[in-house]
Design a protein around this ligand. Structure first.
Ligand code: ADP
Ligand code: MG
Length: 350
């Protein structure tokens, strides 16, 4: 069941030459969480504002809960759309307590009970009478989320929800926001410029650049198989490598050796391609084809980040970024053979 659908929506701000959002189409399943991910200025907030009804698209359609909200002859005002919004700065009312903030704008007779329900969802029972300025950043965010959920919206929109939180709290709140949205059975559309947020919280990621969707897919799909050089470079890190498709289409001949590839359905024998090799796709293997020497090492805790100079080709110097198990005992100058898994090899268009 589709909770929200955008069909070819575009928006150009007055006096701007370029569209902030350009022909964006998107379908979000009820109960799922998607993240619009991209650098600052790529049109994420504008997309949210179009969905909420704070901006009007020049073209395209917006459907929420199967009803047309914006289209050629249709316009539904923001307060009539079933949208809950969590703003980047939370936008809580400083002179109201927690209960009043959450109940603000709630019209039902069961207000008291509903406030209790959402307080429980966000684990803030007992905070009813606290002033919001006495709360921590994480608690303020819970209040903002509770307020958005109170009205039982079709979709909850969250703009950069973690950008004001420090690293440890960020990690906790990612899990919390996900847990709360899932518990409320809500559909969530998040906006973030941080790939870690997107990978950790989303059922689906939509990568945007210059107002245009670059790729949609599950976090795993986006990470393992970026479709173009922008996605490969923006979501995680990547080694880019030119190559030629071998007969049989299961291997690509490159300057560092033969690279396995399981995207044969999109390949043509003899074709020149650009590959993205994820640093986490490599492992040390005695029989590995890629022969190299450790250039530099940096221990990051979760993994060991290595630069490996490839030695089995003489044309030009190639150095690979490789994430190894943190238990590996290596030093600069050590020789090693590497193998790469086809699950981390993607054919990209630049
Ligand atoms: P993001 O949220 O991804 O950082 P925005 O949607 O805020 O991106 O902005 C997209 C583009 O539209 C940017 O080039 C930005 O400068 C421009 N823009 C955003 N809001 C306005 C506005 N009110 N008037 C004119 N241009 C705007
Ligand atoms: Mg923004």
């Amino acid at each position: 069941e589709t909770a929200i659908e955008l069909k070819g929506i575009s928006k150009t701000y007055k006096g701007e030459a370029r569209a902030a959002v350009c022909d964006v189409s998107l379908k979000v399943k009820r109960g799922s969480i998607i993240t619009l991910l991209g650098p600052s200025g790529c049109g994420k907030t504008t997309t949210l504002r179009l969905i909420a009804g704070f901006e009007r698209p020049e073209s395209g359609e917006i459907n929420i809960g199967g009803k047309l909200m914006a289209g050629d002859n249709t316009w539904v005002s923001p307060e009539k759309r079933k949208i809950g919004m969590v703003f980047q700065d939370y936008a809580l009312f400083p002179h109201l307590n927690v209960e009043e903030n959450i109940g603000f704008g709630y019209r039902g007779k069961d207000k008291k009970q509903r406030v209790q329900e959402v307080l429980e969802m966000v684990n803030l029972q007992g905070f009813e009478n606290k002033g919001v300025h006495h709360l921590s950043g994480g608690q303020q965010q819970r209040v903002a989320l509770a307020r958005a959920l109170a009205k039982r919206p079709e979709v909850v929109l969250l703009d950069e929800p973690f950008s004001n939180l420090d690293t440890n709290l960020k990690q906790t709140m990612r899990n919390e926001v996900k847990r709360i949205l899932k518990k409320a059975n809500a559909t969530g559309i998040l906006v973030s410029h941080d790939q870690k947020d997107a990978l950790a919280i989303s059922d689906e990621i939509v990568v945007m650049k210059d107002g245009i969707i670059q790729q949609k897919g599950s976090p795993k799909k986006i990470y393992q198989f970026p479709r173009n050089a922008f996605v490969a470079g923006f979501v995680g890190e990547s080694n880019m490598m030119e190559g030629v498709v071998e007969p049989g289409k299961r291997w690509i001949a490159t300057d560092i050796g033969r690279i396995p590839c399981n995207q044969y359905h999109i390949l043509t024998e003899g074709e020149e391609v650009l590959l993205s090799l994820r640093p986490s796709g490599f492992e040390i293997a005695e029989e590995g084809d890629i022969k190299g020497v450790v250039e530099s090492l940096s221990y990051v805790g979760e993994y060991l980040e290595a630069r490996v100079a490839v030695v089995n080709q003489k044309k030009k110097k190639i150095s690979l970024l490789v994430y190894l198990h943190p238990n590996e005992i290596l030093k600069q100058g050590d020789p090693l053979n590497l193998r790469v898994s086809p699950n981390f090899v993607s054919v990209v268009k630049s």
